[in-house]
Design a binder for this molecule. Sequence first.
Ligand code: HEC
Length: 245
Amino acid sequence: MSTPSNTGGTPEQNGAPESLHRRLLEHRALLFAGLTTVGISVGGIVEIVPMYSASAGPESMEGINPYTPLELAGRDIYIREGCYNCHSQMIRPMRAETLRYGEWTRAGEVAYDHPFQLGSRRIGPDLQREGGRYPDSWHYEHMRDPRSTSPGSIMPPYPWLYEQKYEMDDIVATVGAMQTLGVPYTDSSDAAVRQSVTAQAGKIVAGLKASNATVAEDDEIVAMIAYLQRLGVDGKAALAKRSAK
Ligand code: HEC
């Protein structure tokens, strides 16, 4: 009446044929330990050896340049404000993603991002290829009042970016820090950084004035716009060049 079970007794008692692993390994602790060690070592070697022979850091990619100092300042504001809580910067290699956002993200594209902003939450859209998608004036309006450009948006407004000023000294320090981390800035001197920031900010402000937005060169929003307009631009160009070959 009772159905055969493998929860009690030996296979022989239950009438089942004795399995190979039982015959070879059971009650042979030393042999079993030996084989386990060999197994784990093989797994370990396969994982560890390539780590030493591969070049350090992420895949490098031609055509990817470091952020300008002003963009770096915008990036610091992006991190300070926690934009990564709602926005990723990583387009996955899936059709639905590439149709919506463009080319998927290559590791080399974020080689100069310290710390990277790939993100893991998407309450808003991915921003990796945000650069050039909208004019500066769109970002100017959107950051002040997201619903004015995107009806029904749940993104919070950031009015203080229009009052607070970025600190030139902080930008100089950030560029220096990035250089220490291996980002190839050729000139991180105070004068060079100031000149680069003023030139780029001047252009953005002039463009915004043309669309009737009043803004000062050192308003944080200017750095923010510079950063957003740079996102994914180098990578997009590099990948287009790659596929044209
Ligand atoms: C509470 C979540 C949330 C936070 C925090 C947030 N966003 Fe958004 N963001 C959204 C949502 C939702 C949208 C889509 C609707 C819209 O355009 O406003 C969006 C849209 C955007 C867009 C337009 C994207 C596109 O291509 O249409 C940009 C640019 C943007 N956010 C930048 C930022 C920046 C910069 C910050 C930080 C200062 C930030 N967001 C913080 C939720 C958020």
